[in-house]
Design a protein around this ligand. Structure first.
Ligand SMILES: Nc1ncnc2c1ncn2[C@@H]1O[C@H](COP(=O)(O)OP(=O)(O)O)[C@@H](O)[C@H]1O
Ligand SMILES: [Mg+2]
Length: 408
C-alpha cells in the first residue's frame, strides 16, 4: 500500500476554478489531486486512466454536463464517489445529481473545511466500496487481480465502422482494419453490431458457435473467462470475433445497455474494439456510438451516400463528438468518376479525408466469397497499401488524442 492518500480528480471547465481547488487542497496531507479535466468527456477519460477515489464535479460544462458524466463514471467505476460543486442550489439539480449517483453536493466556492470534510467522507466511502467489490471479485474470479477495481487493465479504443447507407463497404473495411490493427501488442476484437444481418462471420469464413446472444444475458457478470468462452478466434489472423445472432428475429433480444456493457468490458481485454454496424440507428448502434473513441465514416462517390454521411456528421455534432474522432473514408474510389474527388468531398464536409480506398472488384469480391480477407494476402497492391495507411492514421491519431487528454 504505497499510497493511502485520497485520490481526487477535479472537473471544471474554468481553469481558474480548477487551480483554486487545487490550491485549497495542496496542504492536505491525506489528499492527492491526480488530475484535472475540463469537461464531462475528459472527466470520464481521466477517471479511466487515473482511477480516483473522489471526483469533484462541476455541473455546467460544454461537451457533457456533470450530471451525465457522473452517471457514466458510476457505470465505469462504481466505487468512485462524486461530489458535485455548483453555483446552482436548485433542489431539482440536486435531486438529478443524486439520482445520477452523486454522493455529496457543495455550493461554489466551497471553504477549505467544507471541501476537505466532503472529500474525507467520500474517500472513506470509496475505500469501503472498493474493498466490497474486491471481495466479490475475489470470490467470482477465484482470487487474482480484479478487473473491476484495479490492477493493470487496458484502456482499449472502440472504433465504429459506419455508413448511413448500406452496401458501401463497412464490413469489408471493418474486417480488414481489424486484421491490420491486430498484433501481439495491440490485440483486437471485432464486434458485429449489425444484429439482424451481421455477416462478419461470412467475411471471415467462421461458423459462429457462440454469438452475442450468449453474452447479452450475462452482461452483469462479465469476466475474462466468460468472454473467452463466447468469442471466436479467426484462426488465420488471431483476431477475436463477437458474432451477430444467427437469425434476424433474435436481434431484438439485445438491448443498447447490453452493448454498452459488453464494449466497456472488451476495453479491458483488447487494445482495439472494431465495431461493424448496420446503417439503421438502432438502440444497440446508438450505444456503440456513445461508447466509441473514433468512427470510420464511409462514403462512396455518389450523392445519396455523401448526403447521408453529411447528415450523420451533423448528428455527431449534436452528440458533441469531436471532429478529430471522425475518420472520413471514401471507399470504392474510382478516378474515372469526375467531379466527386476526395478533395471535393473533404471541402464539402470541412473535414480531411483519412482514407481513400480504391475500387478493386478483382481483389475484394473473391476475398469475400472465399472468406479470406484480402489483408491476409499480398499487401503490395494499392488497395492493401491504402488500408495500411488508414490503419496507421487511426493508430497515430488515437494515440495523439489520448496524450493530449492526459497531458492537461
Ligand atoms: N473497395 C472495394 N472495391 C470493390 N468492391 C468493394 C469494395 N469495398 C466493398 N466492396 C464490395 O461491396 C459489397 C458491399 O460491401 P460490404 O462490406 O458488405 O458493405 P456494407 O457492410 O456497408 O453493407 C461487397 O460485395 C464487397 O465485396
Ligand atoms: Mg455489412
Amino acid at each position: 500500500m504505497s499510497n493511502e492518500k485520497i485520490q481526487v480528480l477535479i472537473v471544471d471547465d474554468i481553469a481558474e476554478t480548477r487551480e483554486n481547488i487545487r490550491k485549497l487542497l495542496q496542504f492536505e496531507n491525506d489528499v492527492e489531486v491526480v488530475g484535472a479535466a475540463r469537461s464531462g468527456k475528459e472527466a470520464i477519460q481521466l477517471t479511466k486512466e487515473t482511477r480516483p477515489d473522489v471526483v469533484l464535479m462541476d455541473i455546467n460544462m460544454p461537451d457533457m454536463d456533470g450530471i451525465t458524466a457522473t452517471e457514466k463514471i458510476k457505470q465505469i467505476l462504481p466505487y468512485v464517489q462524486i461530489v458535485i460543486l455548483s453555483v446552482q442550489n436548485d433542489p431539482n439539480y440536486m435531486r438529478r445529481a443524486m439520482m445520477a449517483g452523486a454522493r455529496d453536493f457543495l455550493a461554489k466556492p466551497p471553504t477549505v473545511d467544507e471541501l476537505t470534510a466532503a472529500i474525507r467522507r467520500a474517500g472513506k466511502m470509496a475505500l469501503a466500496e472498493k474493498s466490497k467489490l474486491e471481495a466479490v471479485a475475489a470470490v467470482t474470479t477465484g482470487g487474482g487481480s480484479s478487473v473491476a477495481t484495479g490492477g493493470p487493465s487496458r484502456q482499449g479504443k472502440v472504433i465504429l465502422v459506419y455508413s448511413p447507407k448500406g452496401g458501401v463497404g463497412c464490413t469489408t473495411l471493418a474486417t480488414n482494419l481489424a486484421i491490420t490493427l491486430h498484433n501481439p501488442d495491440t490485440p483486437t476484437v471485432l464486434v458485429d453490431v449489425n444484429l439482424q444481418f451481421g455477416d462478419v462471420g461470412v467475411f471471415l469464413n467462421e461458423q459462429p458457435r457462440n454469438t452475442i446472444l450468449d453474452l447479452a444475458p450475462r452482461v452483469d457478470e462479465l469476466e475474462n473467462e466468460v468472454l473467452e468462452e463466447v468469442l471466436i478466434t479467426h484462426n488465420a489472423s488471431g483476431v477475436k470475433v463477437l458474432a451477430a445472432p444467427t437469425r434476424p428475429e433474435y436481434a431484438e433480444n439485445i438491448t443498447g445497455e447490453q452493448i454498452t456493457k459488453i464494449l466497456q468490458y472488451l476495453r479491458r481485454m483488447f487494445s482495439y474494439i472494431i465495431v461493424d454496424s448496420s446503417s439503421t440507428l438502432t438502440d444497440p448502434v446508438i450505444s456503440a456510438l456513445d461508447e466509441m473513441d473514433a468512427v470510420v465514416l464511409i462514403t462512396t462517390q455518389d450523392i445519396p451516400s455523401i448526403k447521408s454521411a453529411r447528415i450523420f456528421l451533423d448528428l455527431l455534432d449534436v452528440m458533441k463528438i469531436e471532429r478529430e474522432r471522425v475518420f472520413l473514408t471514401v471507399n470504392m474510389f474510382d478516378r474515372r468518376i469526375a467531379g466527386i474527388t476526395p478533395e471535393r468531398i473533404s471541402e464539402n464536409f470541412r473535414l480531411p479525408v483519412s482514407g481513400v480506398i480504391p475500387l478493386e472488384r478483382s481483389i475484394v469480391v473473391p476475398a469475400v466469397n472465399r472468406g479470406i480477407p484480402f489483408m491476409l494476402k499480398d499487401k503490395s497492391n494499392p488497395l492493401a497499401q491504402r488500408i495500411l495507411a488508414l490503419a496507421g492514421e487511426i493508430r497515430r491519431k488515437l494515440t495523439e488524442l489520448e496524450k493530449a487528454q492526459s497531458g492537461i
